[in-house]
Design a protein around this ligand. Sequence first.
Ligand code: ADP
Length: 456
Amino acid sequence: MIAKAGKENSLAARLFVILFAAMFLSFIAATALAAYVSWTAYEGDAEERLTAQLEVVEGELQGLDSKQMEEVLARTHLADTRITLVAGDGTVLYDNMVDTREMGSHADREEIRTAPDRGEAVVLRRSETTGTDSLYAASRVNPDGTVLRLAESRASLAYYLGGLLLPLSVAVLLAALLSMLLSRVITRRITSPLLRVDLDAPLKSRTYREITPLLERIDAQRVELVRQNEQLARAVEMRREFTGNVSHEMKSPLQVIGGYAELIEEGIGSPDDARHFAGIIKSETQSMRMLIDDVLTLSRLDEGATNDARAVDVAELVLRVVGRLSSVAAASGVEIAVDLRECSVCCEEALLEQAVYNLVDNAVRYGDGRVEVTVGRDGEKVAIAVSDDGEGIPVDQRERVFERFYRVDASRSRSTGGTGLGLAIVKHAADAMGGRVFVGESDMGGAAFTLELPVQ
Ligand code: ADP
C-alpha cells in the first residue's frame, strides 16, 4: 500500500488501541461493579447484625426504669458496639464509650427523633461525638420516650474502597497487562491473513470475504498488466524484426545500384550498355522509393494516425484506381473488368484508395491476363472483391501473405517490383477502417481477395 509517511494509518495499531481500550474499560467497569456490590452486601450485613443486637438488648430492658436500665447496660458487653441510652428530653443517660457529661442533648439526632414513633430506626451518618461514620439503630424502650441506641462505626464506600486500594491497584495493573497481551494476540490474528496475501496470486490467498473484491480487482489488473507486457514485448520484437527486414530489403537494390554505377564510372561497356545500366539503376531506385513509401505508410498506420473519415463513393474510387493502373495492365496485356454497385463507406479516402490499389496491382502482377473487380453490398457490409486468373495462393499460406515481407514466390514478387508490404498495408488499413480482408480462390482459378467494410 502506498501512503505518505505520517499520514499512514495502521490497521494493527488501530485495532490494538480499540481492543485494549474496550477490554481495559470493561475490566474496570466490572471491578467497580463488584466493589460496589460487595460494599452493599457488607452494609446490609452490618445493618442486620445491629438490629438483631438491638432486639436482644431491648428485650433485657423490658419493664425496667431508667436507673435499672443503666445498670443492666453497664453489665452488657458487645464487642465494638457503642450503647447509648437517651432520655425522652434528649439527655444522654448512659454511654459505654463516651463520658455522658461531655455529651449534649441528643434530641436532634435523626435516629432519636424518628425512633419513638416507629419503634426502631436505622440510620447511617457521621457521629458528631466520635467523628466517625457510624451506623445507628435506635428503639423506644419506655413509654416516657427513653431511647436505646446501638452504634457501630462503619466504613463509608470511599473508606471501604480505600482499604482495597492495594489489591485494586494490583488488579488494575494486571488487567492492563492482560488486556495488552490479549489485544496484541487478537490484533496479530486479525491482521496476519491480510499480511499473508500473495499479490502475485491474490485469489489463492485464504483471507477475508470483505477484501475479496479488492483482491479480484488486483488480480484482474495483474492479468491485464501481464497481457500488456506480453503485447509490448511482441510489438518490440516485431519492430526489431521489421527494421532488420527493411534494412535487408534496402541492401539489395543499393548493391545493384552501386555495382552498375561503378561499371559506368569505370567506362566498362559501350554507350548503349551504359544507357542500359542507367535504366537498371533507375528501376532499382524506383523499387527503393516504393519500399520507403510502404514503410512510411505502415509506420503511420502503426501509430494509429488516420486522417478524418468521410463518406467515400466506392465505385468512383475503384474506377480511379483502375485508371491509374490501366497503362501498366495494358503493357503486360492484362484486361481489367469491373462490375460496380453504387456504394459508399465512411473512411479515410486515401487509405482505402491505397488498399484497393495494392489489391488490383497484385492481381495485375500475379494474374495471367484477366482481372475482375466487383463492388457490392452484402447486408451491412460493402464488399470489394479483386480476382485474377493467376496461380492463386496455396491454402496454407492464405493467412501468412498478410504478414510483412512474406512472399509466396519471392523471385516473381521482386521481378514485378513488389515490396512485400502491399498486403500488410491492406490488412492494416482494413483494421483501421473497421473492416477485414481475406483471400480465397477465384472462379478463374486464381486468387480472390475480398475487402469488407462496414456500410456508411
Ligand atoms: P508483394 O509486394 O511481394 O506483392 P504483397 O504483400 O502485396 O507483397 O503480397 C505478398 C505475397 O502474396 C506476394 O509476394 C505474393 O507471393 C502473394 N500474392 C499477393 N497477391 C497475389 C495474387 N493476386 N495472386 C497470387 N499471389 C499473390
